[in-house]
Design a protein around this ligand. Structure first.
Ligand SMILES: Cc1cc2nc3c(=O)[nH]c(=O)nc-3n(C[C@H](O)[C@H](O)[C@H](O)COP(=O)(O)OP(=O)(O)OC[C@H]3O[C@@H](n4cnc5c(N)ncnc54)[C@H](O)[C@@H]3O)c2cc1C
Length: 476
């Protein structure tokens, strides 16, 4: 295979030609990409505007596509120490709490009997995953600069402008600065045509309440869910809330409740644009009148409240410009609280690391970035459409379509076995969870790798494909 002599599927190969990389943003995406690029042999520095000490005890779900990336990095033992297995997803009616249906791992495992699912669904605490990655990056020699805000860049020269008149020059800028990315301004345009714009774009309140299981034990109703490792999603029209138990941490055994609803205000305070601790809920217009009474009690019992007003934007038409590449929420902003957002970030990091382990000299950087974009852009567009589809399906107003959805959920529950109908219902999940970024990169590289290594650059063409009534955008 041309150019892949020192490449292995476990992405533990390293380039013979280290470059200087600056990652902007030390969120999970920034840490994961810093780790992957450092393992690929590059000199990596991370710049973060906060002081880097925020650790949330909120639960974070790792679906198979994300767990697979972490395991490929050879850190299974560490993962086992800070996770528990996540069970099925239970859908309840938000108002009555009646069970509508069950989906998730068990059903998908049955359908995927013939497909290697590679890995499992895990539950992390956000802070534990963060600590693990931070420690790994430090061990590998990644350097950090906290309390440093980037306010601009020159993508052509690879220059970053930091507050306080300082500048950094680098070979590659990785923009991992979240959904309100500063670096996104250099990547204009939208990648999807107007008529397929996801309806989930815009501002969403995401609130994460962390409760002590001990406190829940004193409430007869709450005690029955306090150590539930199934993921319960209460679905209603506007507000969706979901909860599960998490791996024990600094405040003992915890239960996480995440609320997600459209933001009705206009301007968003700077402090709420990124995820952080919340001390005053009044700003968020939280209305719990139409949800079952347990939720109010859960909110009142919270030991920690975290969250943000998330701004979902469409992927820019290009993920790269000059020496700049956008990844994670900066590139494909999907509201946290589900499966998509964080797992896409780990896929991004894995692909970036895998590709850049093969770079031979700095002049190849633009072509390697084009390669990254060609592999990643179709998946990012698909994920945004998938999120829009899930959100629309969960927020259906009362009526025949909602009744049909509920009937479908409960029939898949009662069947308890995989059949063609279930395979059709779970088509999107299978595409989500069986994605292996290293295999995708290998497949792409086998076809086009020689052109990336040679000076003849490839021209990109965009193709729209209609798949089962949905438009998918593919770049070739
Ligand atoms: C402290 C924290 C706790 C979280 N807890 C949970 C949780 O419990 N459950 C859950 O489901 N999700 C949680 N999330 C969200 C989750 O991590 C993200 O949805 C997802 O993993 C992808 O994030 P990201 O790294 O792309 O973006 P983000 O998580 O938004 O990280 C972006 C980083 O870039 C930094 N940054 C932004 N602009 C600049 C700039 N101009 N210069 C320098 N740095 C900049 C930000 O300070 C931030 O650290 C949390 C996020 C954070 C930051």
């Amino acid at each position: 295979m041309s150019g892949m002599s020192h490449y292995t599927s476990s992405n533990c190969s390293t380039t013979y030609n280290p470059m200087k990389v600056v990652v902007v943003g030390a969120g999970l995406t920034g840490l994961a990409s810093a780790y992957a690029l450092r393992k690929a042999g590059h000199v990596v520095h991370v710049v973060e505007k906060s002081n880097g000490t925020a650790r949330s005890s909120g639960g974070l779900r790792s679906p198979p596509n994300m767990t697979a990336v972490l395991k490929r990095w050879g850190i299974s033992d560490r993962i086992a120490n800070v996770t528990i297995s996540l069970g099925n997803t239970k859908f309840l009616d938000s108002l009555t709490s009646n069970l509508i249906g069950v989906a998730g791992p068990e059903a998908i495992r049955q359908i995927c009997k013939d497909i290697d699912m590679q890995s499992e669904w895990l539950l992390f605490r956000h802070g534990a995953l963060y600590d693990m990655l931070y420690e790994l990056t430090l061990q590998e020699g990644v350097t950090f600069r906290f309390n440093s805000k980037v306010y601009g860049a020159n993508p052509e020269t690879g220059t970053l402008f930091l507050e306080g008149e300082e500048q950094l020059s680098t070979d590659l800028i990785v923009g991992a600065d979240g959904c309100n990315s500063t670096l996104r301004q250099y990547l204009e345009g939208q990648s999807l045509p107007e008529n397929v714009t996801p309806k989930t774009l815009g501002k969403t309140v995401v609130l994460c309440f962390v409760l002590s299981v001990d406190d829940m034990e004193n409430d007869a109703e709450l005690s029955t869910i306090s150590e539930d490792t199934e993921w319960t999603i209460w679905i209603g029209e506007d507000l969706i809330h979901c909860g599960h138990y998490s791996h024990p941490g600094p405040i003992g055994k915890t239960y996480t409740l995440i609320l997600n609803y459209p933001f009705k205000g206009t301007d968003v305070l700077e402090k709420h644009q990124h995820w952080g601790p919340i001390d005053d809920l009044s700003y968020f217009g939280l209305d719990l009148t139409n949800v079952e009474p347990r939720v109010q009690r859960l909110v009142n019992l919270a030991k920690q409240t975290w969250g943000q007003i998330h701004d979902s934007k469409q992927c820019p038409s290009s993920l790269t410009e000059g020496k700049l590449v956008l990844i994670g929420e900066a590139a494909h902003a999907i509201a946290p609280g589900g499966y998509l957002s964080t797992s896409m970030s780990f896929e991004d990091a894995s692909i970036l690391g895998t590709l850049f382990s093969m770079i031979e000299n700095k002049s190849q950087i633009p072509r390697f970035l084009t390669a990254y974009e060609e592999i990643r852009q179709p998946r990012a567009n698909w994920a945004q459409m998938r999120d829009a589809h899930i959100q629309a399906m969960l927020r259906l107003p009362p009526g025949p379509i909602r009744d049909a959805r509920n009937a479908q959920f409960s029939s898949s529950l009662s069947k308890g076995q995989a059949d063609e109908e279930m395979a059709r219902i779970y088509e999107g999940d299978i595409k989500m969870y069986t994605y292996d970024p290293v295999v995708e990169t290998e497949a792409w590289w086998n076809q086009y790798g020689s052109m990336v290594l040679s000076p003849t650059s490839r021209k990109k063409s965009v193709v729209e494909i209609n798949v089962a009534g949905r438009t998918e955008i593919h770049t070739h």
